[in-house]
Design a protein around this ligand. Structure first.
Ligand code: CA
Length: 514
C-alpha cells in the first residue's frame, strides 16, 4: 500500500497519442489510484496500472475506442470517463480486407540526403560490408549439431587465440535438413534461409559446411551453382571415430581463420549498413517511446542511403492500408498485399488469425489487443517510402526502407532478417527480454526507465526518457543513429555481446515434417 501513497504524491502523467484519441496511457511507474485528477482530464474511477489506458470521455457501449487515431476496438459496455480500458472491455474489430487498398498513393518526400556519416566495417568481395568478423560453420542437418558444437568449443579455445582479428566462431545449427517434405513448394523457405545465412556479410564471404552425408538437404542443394565452399562430411569413410571428425573440422576451420584474420576494418559510408528492427515483450510504451525513436532513426538511415528492415506480419496486418499507401511504387504495394495474404492463409490453415499474436505479458503491459500492438509496432518504420519487400528467407536486393515479411516470433524474425543480410539488429522491449544473436550485434532498447534500471546490464538504451519528458523522440532517434554507427564499427559492444547471450536460430518452415 506504500505503492499507492508514493503514486499519489507523484504528478499524474498520461500520454495521448493523437488529438482525436478518447483514451490515454498512464506513465507513472506504479500506475495511478482511484480519485487521481488527471491534468486537463477526468478523475480516475479506479486504479489504472502503468501503461494502461484510461477513458478520457464517456464511451458508450459499441462506440469506437481510438488510440493513434485508429479504432483499436469498440466498448464492450458503457465506459465512463476515468475508467480503466483493458482487453476485457474492448471488442476487437475484424482485420481490414485486402481488396481496394491504396497503392503507393502517399509515399513520403524525405528530407535531404545525409552525407558524410561513416562506420568502420569489413568489406567483402561482393561489395557487402560486415560489422563483425566471424567464422560461421554452416550445417546441412541437425544430426551434426553435437559434433559441430564440440568442434566450435575446441576452435574457440585452441585456434581462435592465434587469429586475433577474428571476433568469434559459431555453428549455424538448426532443426532442418532431414525428416522433412523437402520437395514441396514451401520447403524453399527454410532452404533459402539457410543458404542466405551462410552468405551473411558478417561471415567474410567464404563458406564452410559440415554435412552428415545421408540427409535430404545435400550440400549441393543447400548451396547450388558455382559458389565454392569447403565441405566436411561426417560419414566420409576416412573418418575413423569421433576425433577424426573433429580434426577434419578443425583443419578446415583453420584455413578459414587464416583467411578471415587478414581482413581489416575500413571506413565505409553509412549506406553500407543493413539494420534489422523488431520488438519483443512489448508493452503500451513500445509505441510511445522506443518504437518512435527507432522510426526517427530509420528515417535517418534511409536518408544516409542505408538498408533498414521492419517485419512482423501479424503486427502490421491491421495497418496494411498505411503500408500500401507508403509503398514507393504500386508493385511494392502489391508485393506487401501478396505476402500478407499468403500469411493470412498460412494462419487460417492452422485455424489461427493475427489475434493469436498477443501474449499475457503484452496485455499486462497495457496492450489490449493486436490492433493496438500493431499500431505501436509499425511506428518503428518511421515515415520513409517502402522501397521493397523481402520474402521470407530471401536476401534484400535494394536499399532503403524494406518490409521483410516474417512472422513476429522474435527468434524466427531475427533468423529471417539474418538471411536478408542484416549486419546489425535493434530490438525494443517493454516487458524485458535478454535476447541476443551470435551472428550480429543486438542493440536492446527499453521502452521504460524502470526496466532500463532493473536490467541495467542487459539493456543498451533507455527510451523511457521520452515518456518522462527528459528527451524528445528526435533526441533519442539521433542517439540511436550514432549508436548504430558505433556498434557497427566495433567501438561499442552491446550488452548481449559482452555477456555472450545467444539465442538459437529458428527457421520458418511452413512445410510438412515427415
Ligand atoms: Ca518480435
Amino acid at each position: 500500500m506504500i505503492a499507492s501513497i508514493t503514486t499519489s504524491h507523484e504528478t499524474p502523467r498520461v500520454i495521448r497519442m493523437h488529438a482525436a484519441d478518447n483514451v490515454a496511457i498512464v506513465v507513472n511507474d506504479l500506475g495511478l489510484p482511484a480519485g487521481t485528477e488527471l491534468p486537463d482530464g477526468p478523475v480516475l474511477l479506479e486504479h489504472v496500472p502503468q501503461g494502461h489506458k484510461v477513458a478520457l470521455t464517456d464511451i458508450a457501449k459499441g462506440a469506437a475506442v481510438r488510440r493513434y487515431d485508429v479504432i483499436i476496438g469498440h466498448a464492450a459496455a458503457d465506459l465512463a470517463a476515468g475508467s480503466w480500458v483493458n482487453e476485457r472491455r474492448l471488442v476487437m474489430p475484424p482485420a481490414p480486407g485486402l481488396e481496394g487498398l491504396p497503392l503507393a498513393t502517399h509515399p513520403a518526400v524525405m528530407d535531404a540526403p545525409l552525407d558524410g556519416y561513416t562506420f568502420e566495417g569489413f568489406r567483402n568481395a561482393d561489395g557487402s560490408v560486415g560489422t563483425r568478423n566471424l567464422l560461421a560453420i554452416t550445417t546441412t542437418v541437425q544430426c551434426v549439431s553435437g559434433v559441430v558444437e564440440h568442434a566450435v568449443r575446441r576452435i574457440r579455445a585452441e585456434l581462435l587465440p592465434k587469429y586475433p582479428n577474428v571476433d568469434d566462431v559459431l555453428g549455424i545449427e538448426h532443426i532442418y535438413g532431414c525428416g522433412v517434405a523437402i520437395d514441396v513448394p514451401d520447403a524453399e523457405i527454410p532452404i533459402r534461409t539457410l543458404r542466405n545465412i551462410a552468405r551473411n556479410p558478417n561471415f567474410g564471404g567464404g563458406t564452410m559446411v559440415v554435412s552428415l552425408g545421408c540427409e535430404k538437404l545435400q550440400p549441393e542443394r543447400l548451396l547450388p551453382g558455382p559458389s565454392a565452399y569447403d565441405l566436411v562430411t561426417l560419414q566420409d569413410p576416412a573418418h575413423v571415430g569421433f576425433e577424426a571428425m573433429i580434426t577434419s573440422i578443425m583443419t578446415t576451420a583453420e584455413q578459414h581463420l587464416a583467411r578471415l584474420d587478414r581482413r581489416r576494418r575500413e571506413t565505409c559510408p553509412a549506406s553500407d549498413l543493413v539494420v534489422g528492427m523488431q520488438c519483443g515483450g512489448s508493452d503500451a510504451f513500445s509505441g510511445v517511446t522506443a518504437n518512435p525513436a527507432l522510426g526517427f532513426a530509420s528515417d535517418l538511415l534511409v536518408r544516409a542511403g542505408a538498408t533498414v528492415m521492419f517485419s512482423e506480419n501479424t503486427e502490421v496486418r491491421d495497418g496494411i492500408a498505411q503500408l500500401t499507401a507508403r509503398a514507393a511504387t504500386p508493385d511494392v504495394a502489391r508485393a506487401i498485399i501478396e505476402e500478407l495474404g499468403w500469411y493470412d492463409r498460412y494462419l487460417a490453415r492452422g485455424q489461427a488469425d493475427r489475434s493469436a499474436n498477443t501474449t499475457p505479458g503484452n496485455k499486462k503491459g497495457g496492450l489490449s489487443n493486436i490492433v493496438e500492438k500493431a499500431m505501436g509496432s509499425i511506428v518503428k518504420s518511421g515515415s520513409a517510402p517502402i522501397a521493397g519487400v523481402v520474402r521470407p528467407g530471401e536476401r534484400a536486393k535494394v536499399k532503403g526502407l524494406l518490409y521483410a515479411a516474417t512472422p513476429a516470433s522474435d527468434f524466427v524474425c531475427g533468423t529471417l532478417q539474418l538471411a536478408a543480410g542484416m549486419t546489425l539488429h535493434v530490438f525494443t522491449t517493454g516487458r524485458g527480454t535478454p535476447y541476443g544473436l551470435a551472428a550480429v550485434p543486438v542493440i536492446k532498447v527499453a521502452t521504460r526507465t524502470d526496466l532500463a534500471r532493473r536490467w541495467h546490464d542487459l539493456m543498451d538504451v533507455d527510451a523511457g526518457r521520452i515518456a518522462t519528458g527528459e528527451a524528445s523522440i528526435a533526441d533519442l532517434g539521433w542517439e540511436m543513429f550514432h549508436t548504430y554507427l558505433d556498434v557497427a564499427s566495433g567501438r561499442r559492444r552491446t550488452c548481449a555481446e559482452r555477456l555472450r547471450l545467444h539465442n538459437s536460430l529458428a527457421l520458418f518452415n511452413p512445410a510438412p515434417i515427415t
